[in-house]
Structures are given as structure tokens and as C-alpha cells.
Design a protein around this ligand. Structure first.
Ligand code: UDP
Length: 326
């Protein structure tokens, strides 16, 4: 299949592209390179630099490429930024997404896998969180992703679009060649590893008074290769699972301090850290039920023990200590 991967130069989009290519698909990676890295795009993918905000550019992409399906990763994804700049999130995650849906409809492309998030749930009432849990996001990031989930249902009703929503918990880890390399890094595991490497003298752990065993937030870390796998399965089975939402997580939660300890063990280095104030918009606990993904798509996490996640991210950091060359 020819698959358009939006955000194909980003962390998850580039690794999903790698997996799609390995499975014999053709990948057209689209990215505006604001956050993405040209060097992250696998060499055998077609790369197009384009912005989803630009309807004319999008029209050109669809007019010149034969596209059978879309995996939509492009978007804004940082909780803290969303609290400061909600409009950026609604423009990118809702407005640009609608541009994409409209061009798909015009060109008769009717299959989409959408990258959504655990942040659409807000503070969980039940843990592990099932997909039919109440969705009450507590930050504009989660709200913007939830809006787009709802918009997808409308496009299905009015245009026949087939779609699957995949709600990630905390994406982490690396493939052999590709890893997490944001221009401004805010995520826990890369910051822990930057501190282990001495690129940061010390890091902060945000919040130590949450209602969790050690007072720090608890997250469900899922290896990016297992996320990629869930996308491939969802696309292969889209006729049977159209309109469904799937969590992708492990059912195991680790506190921020447990992550620091595991990283110290794996790297053999000290991770200097201090406990500081909560970061606005962070729920205390996010842990997925993955029963639905296993039952309906036969998915199994193969790379997502905390050890394997941190080890793979560390191996990638050692190989590319300053990230991608661009
Ligand atoms: N976190 C932290 N220090 C950092 C970066 C993140 O304590 O330098 C915490 C953050 O407050 C949250 C958890 O790590 O509790 C996961 O945050 P991340 O940004 O990695 O992912 P998110 O859960 O926001 O998607």
C-alpha cells in the first residue's frame, strides 16, 4: 500500500515509516520540518516538505502521489506548551487535521489511522484506563485531540471515511537507527538520559505530592516500535475495526522516580535530580488497559519492558549523542 505519513520526520512518524517500509509498504513522508528532522526520514521513503496548514500544498501532494491510506502523526504534543498556547494546539491538531480530511475526501482516500493520546481521558476514575472511560481532558493538548476524534466520527458519517484512533500512553524508546530528538526536549526519559550523559547538570522531577506511592507522577511507557505495530495492525484490519479507538500501553505504571532509578541502573551513571513544583496540566496517573488492542487486533507488546525501553533509548543516545545531524 502507498501510505502518506504526516509528521514523517518526527519521532513516532519516522519510526512508523521505518516499520511500514520493512513490511513492504511504500511510504510518502510529509513534514514541515518545524519539529521533525530530515535525517530521521528513512532513505527509501519519498519525502515531501509541506505544511498541513497550506491547503494548496496539500492539494498538490494528493494530485501528484497515489495515496491509499494516511497515518496522521503531525501535530502539537507538549502538555505544558498547550497550557500556555492553546490556540497553537487547536490550529495544528484540529484545523490542520480538517485540511487533511478535506483533501482526502476530494481525492477519494478513505483510510486513516489517527494518533491520539491518553491525555484525552484527563484524571482517570478507573485504572488501568479502558477505552470507554469518560473523556474529560484537563489540558488543551488532550482537548484538541479529543475534538479531532469527534470530528473523525462526523467524517465517517458524512463521507464514509474509515478511521481508527490509537491513543498512546507515554511513547518512549528507539529503533536501531531512529530515536527521540526534540529541538527543545521536555520529555522525561530523554531528559533523564541527557542528565546521565552530563548534557544537563541536573534535572527536575515535577511534583512530589501526588496521590501515588512515592508522590511523583505515574506513567505507562510504551515502546515506539510497539506503537508502530499497533498502527500496522489497525490499518490491515481497518474494515473490521473502523471507528474503534485503541489504547496502546502496557498496563504497568512507573513513577518518575522509578524511571530515574532504572536509568541509573542501566546507564551505570548518576542522574542528578531535584524534586520541584508540579507541572501544570499533568494528571497524577496514566496507565492503559490494553485488553481491547490484544483482543481485537492480536497485538502484543514485544519491546516495552521499562528496561528495554530505556536500554534502546540509551543505545541510540550513545550512537547519536547530539541527535540528528540537522
Ligand atoms: N517530567 C519530569 N521532569 C522532566 C520531564 C518530565 O518530572 O524534566 C515528568 C512530567 O511532569 C510527567 C512525566 O515526567 O509527570 C512524563 O512527562 P512527559 O513530558 O515525558 O510526558 P507526558 O506525560 O506529558 O506525555
Amino acid at each position: 500500500m502507498n501510505i502518506l505519513v504526516t509528521g514523517g520526520a518526527g519521532y513516532i512518524g519516522s519510526i512508523c515509516s521505518e516499520v511500514l517500509l520493512e513490511r513492504g509498504h511504500r511510504v510518502i513522508a510529509l513534514d514541515n520540518l518545524q519539529e521533525g528532522h530530515r535525517a530521521a526520514v528513512p532513505p527509501s521513503a519519498v519525502f515531501l516538505e509541506a505544511d498541513l496548514a497550506d491547503r494548496r500544498e496539500l492539494e498538490k501532494v494528493f494530485a501528484t502521489q497515489k495515496i491509499h491510506a494516511v497515518m496522521h502523526f503531525a501535530g502539537e504534543a507538549l502538555v505544558a506548551k498547550s497550557v500556555r498556547e492553546p490556540s497553537t494546539f487547536y490550529a495544528a491538531n484540529v484545523g490542520c487535521g480538517v485540511n487533511l480530511l478535506d483533501v482526502m475526501v476530494r481525492h477519494g482516500v478513505d483510510k486513516l489511522i489517527f494518533s491520539s493520546t491518553a491525555a484525552t481521558y484527563g484524571e482517570p476514575e478507573v485504572v488501568p484506563i479502558p477505552e470507554d472511560h469518560r473523556q474529560a481532558p484537563i489540558n488543551p493538548y488532550g482537548k484538541s485531540k479529543l475534538r479531532f476524534e469527534q470530528i473523525l466520527a462526523d467524517y465517517h458519517a458524512y463521507t464514509g471515511l474509515k478511521y481508527v484512533t490509537v491513543r498512546y500512553f507515554n511513547a518512549a524508546g528507539a529503533s536501531k537507527e531512529r530515536g527521540e530528538n526534540h529541538r527543545v526536549e521536555t520529555h522525561l526519559i530523554p531528559r533523564v538520559l541527557d542528565t546521565a550523559l552530563g548534557h544537563l547538570p541536573e534535572m527536575e522531577i515535577f511534583g512530589f505530592d501526588y496521590p501515588t506511592p512515592d508522590g511523583t507522577c505515574v506513567r505507562d511507557f510504551i515502546h515506539v516500535l510497539d506503537i508502530a505495530d499497533s498502527h500496522v495492525l489497525a490499518l490491515e484490519e481497518i474494515d473490521h475495526v473502523q471507528g474503534e479507538a485503541f489504547n496502546v500501553g502496557t498496563t504497568s505504571g512507573y513513577s518518575n522516580l522509578q524511571v530515574v532509578e532504572a536509568a541509573e541502573r542501566i546507564t551505570g551513571r548518576k542522574v542528578e535530580h531535584r524534586l520541584s513544583a508540579r507541572r501544570p496540566g499533568d494528571p497524577a496517573v496514566l496507565v492503559a488497559s490494553n485488553e481491547k488492542l490484544k483482543r481485537m487486533l492480536g497485538w502484543e507488546p514485544k519491546h516495552s519492558s521499562l528496561e528495554d525501553i530505556i536500554q534502546s533509548a540509551w543505545d541510540w543516545r550513545l550512537k547519536f549523542p547530539r541527535g540528528y545531524p540537522d
